[in-house]
Design a protein around this ligand. Structure first.
Ligand SMILES: [Zn+2]
Length: 475
């Protein structure tokens, strides 16, 4: 984690990175280091330890676990697959891991590629959940070889399957793919996304890029899900999907859902990202073409014109500077909107220093007092009660406080405003109670001469946080 500090110091904490630590590693050896971390899946965090990943079979290291014997051919030997592959865990071990991770409020990302591994993953999840709903959202990633009799079990247990975008069609064409090591009658089990969806109405099938094991370009990924064609990175060669994948592509609209709302769902972040809705985090790209108007290879003809983070334009591609001009900010923060209804009346008093009962180290507390309401602020990283205290540096005749709510979910909150001439003020000057929600602006009358002001949140359904606090003097 410390390795990411330079990004934050350089104000480059632009990406949202949610890490999954290895419950075991890709060779199947158990790890323990993940127990030192608390899991956190708040989308507001730029960097979070979201939970753990459990490998049920080989892939990166060793071979996928399958229900047939890999052929003892030279190509199988070259691809390092033999026997029935490498199964790392039993059903009981998966069940124990799921219960273990659940007790720490985590979600288990289960790596399973071969059908034997997927069977163990599904049985283990079912046993681990013991008939209860999958509240934490344990999921299975990869799902490459799914036997048809397993399709409906995802829906029955409530497991989100996550699948790759591109299929490695070039390897198949070159005789180094699944067809070289798999019985011909089972080849249609590969990437049968439409069948998986048909067997589970309403099930959220998601996409993962799996970079660097997959491809980075999102438009290529979208094209890959739809066509199962692949563009070889080194040569640019376009490889047709093998005939046994006929009918395994999905419509563009479905692929877009897999890459956005369903992917957010798979990461347990759907509340905050994945679709455009009031109150969600506005991390958005503007693209040059509407994929819903495109078909087949046309999907490759697209590009990013602009990138918005937290609602502010942070990047415009060459030739598309108009996005930066229109929105008027290439700064991560952006200014307070100067429209009539949101303009703050009165003179803001400089805040000399800020401290709080608790500070999430992923957020710079000073930003709560930087005069910019949408650039992030103080996040306590914990539930109520929590307080934040402002030092005005001198005695000031304070007229009122203006506060921007950082709260998700919305709901009833109760805050006390305390003030005085000494730190740790105890005089209650005002009380703010009622239904509040993210981004809302609150104003509270003070009418007192103070140097220290403390906002103590007594009750909130969310982590205690403020986007911005302004102190207005009685000028
Ligand atoms: Zn994996």
């Amino acid at each position: 984690m410390a390795g990411f500090d330079p990004f934050e110091l350089a104000d480059l904490e632009v990406l949202r990175m949610h890490f999954y630590l290895g419950y075991n590693n890709s060779c199947g050896e158990l790890n323990d280091y993940w127990r030192e971390f608390e899991f956190n899946r708040s989308a507001e965090l730029r960097i979070a330890i979201a939970s753990v990943k459990l490998f049920t079979d080989g892939g990166l290291c060793n071979a996928p676990a399958v229900s047939w014997e890999h052929p003892g051919t030279p190509i199988a030997a070259e691809l390092q697959v033999s026997g029935t592959g490498d199964l790392y865990v039993t059903v009981a071990e998966v069940a124990a891991a799921v219960a273990d991770v659940e007790s720490r409020d985590g979600l288990t990302v289960i790596h399973a590629i071969g059908d034997a591994a997927i069977l163990v993953a599904l049985d283990g999840l079912e046993a681990g959940l013991a008939g209860g709903p999958n509240v934490n959202g344990h999921r299975i990633d990869h799902n490459v070889v799914v036997a048809p009799d397993l399709y409906s079990r995802y829906g029955e247990i409530g497991i989100t399957p996550v699948v790759w975008g591109n299929f490695s069609s070039c390897r198949e064409l070159d005789g180094r793919g699944w067809a070289a090591i798999m019985p011909a009658d089972k080849l249609p089990w590969l990437r049968a996304t439409p069948d998986l969806m048909a067997a589970n109405p309403g099930l959220r099938v998601s996409f993962h890029s799996d970079v660097p094991s997959g491809w980075l370009d999102m438009f290529e990924q979208l094209w890959g899900i739809v066509t199962l064609r692949q563009r070889e990175e080194e040569t640019g060669r376009i490889c047709e999907a093998p005939s046994w994948l006929e009918g395994h592509g999905v419509p563009v609209s479905t692929a877009l859902e897999m890459m956005t709302v369903n992917a957010a769902h798979a990461m347990d972040l759907e509340r905050d990202i994945g679709s455009i809705e009031v109150g969600k985090i506005a991390d958005v790209i503007v693209i040059s073409q509407n994929p819903l108007d495109q078909a087949g290879d046309e999907l490759l003809d697209n590009s990013v014109e602009a990138t918005l983070i937290d609602g502010a334009v942070v990047y415009c591609s060459p030739g598309n500077e108009r996005w930066c001009d229109e929105v008027g900010s290439s700064d991560l923060g952006g200014e307070l909107p100067a429209t009539e209804e949101t303009e703050v009346q009165g003179e803001a008093v400089p805040i000399v220093s800020v401290r709080a009962s608790r500070v999430d180290p992923n957020f710079a507390i000073e930003r709560v007092a930087d005069g910019v309401s949408d650039s992030g602020g103080w996040v306590s990283g914990s539930g109520a009660p929590q307080w934040i205290e402002l030092d005005l540096g001198a005695e000031v005749d304070v007229e009122r406080l203006v506060l921007w709510v950082d709260q998700d979910p919305g709901g009833f909150t109760d805050h006390r405003v305390l003030g005085g001439l000494e730190p740790d003020p105890t005089d209650e000057l005002a009380r703010l109670s009622g239904d509040t929600d993210w981004g809302q602006r609150l104003e509270v009358e003070i009418g007192r001469t103070v140097r220290y002001l403390r906002v103590e949140t007594v009750a909130s359904p969310s982590w205690v946080a403020w986007l911005e606090i302004l102190v207005i003097s009685a000028e």
